[in-house]
Design a protein around this ligand. Sequence first.
Ligand SMILES: O=C(O)CCC(=O)C(=O)O
Length: 327
Amino acid sequence: METTTATTPTNGHVKEGQIDTTHRIEVPKMLNEAQVRFFVEQGYLILEGLITPDELDELKRDTAFIARGGYPNQTLKPLPATMSDAEVLRNILCIHQPHYISPVMLKYVKHPKICGVLSQITAAHLPYWDGSVKCMQSMLFVKPPQFQGQAWHQDEIYIPTRDRSLIGAWIAIDDATVENGCLFVIPGSHRSGYLFPQRPHNNPDEFDFAPESYGFDESKEVPVEVKAGAVVFFNGYLLHRSRKNRSQGYRRVLVNHYMNAWSLLPWSLKEGERPANADVRKIVPVAGVDPYSWKGYEPVAQDVWLRTCKANTDGSTFDEDEKPADD
Ligand SMILES: O=C(O)CCC(=O)C(=O)O
């Protein structure tokens, strides 16, 4: 496996409109043609054993370290060293944007094997694409026993790209089973590029606060049960959900979201912007080139957001001003 070390271009390094090829990020080729076709046609791909047992231990250690306030941030304050990992994790459904504060999570955003896969499939539905990829989001699910899943949805509802290239890389830190709330997907549901309408689900015991998509045949769903160390890749138009954790253990997952680096990211509009030129630049280039490095990079908050649900002991939910713009 051949890789070269990536360096991140600095703000102001490149002239306006110029494409910086000197910071090209090389990644290994991971997939054969049949695997790429499977992703384009079915909208998801499972790769078992992509993450090693040592790497899983590192992810588990860092999850507990983040939860006990080990990295400076506003949301997760330092907890007494006398508290066990089980105690610090027991109220956490999901931590949004952990790579903003943790160098370990950032390392997994840039994981060479994951980024190698991404550089082959992210925009493989387009006739011309050079394999360039960028990341805009990470979510670290802990999902303790009895914690809810997420109702049917498509991720592009929350993170729109210009070319249907949004993709999740869902890293199983624990085995994911039907019992502990693995992913369910509807194969091929991404093909039309239709975003289904959403409504409240009225099932707070099973799902967290996010609304559910509706208007399709749910009987086509398949469970995606995988071993720890597997990575599930899925397109941003693929219908998916997860159910409540009915086991006695955590179901930990790090899911990072990426897209074609050539697409703008109209995630939100700043003053004077139109959907056609909006481009959120809180991104991490992970493969190939960043065609817009001449715009520079927006600083990110040294902070994370907590996704809560009914199972949290204090019964709290997101306050509107606390809720992240994504899913
Ligand atoms: O892992 C889960 O339970 C849900 C993940 C999900 O829905 C997503 O990443 O969009």
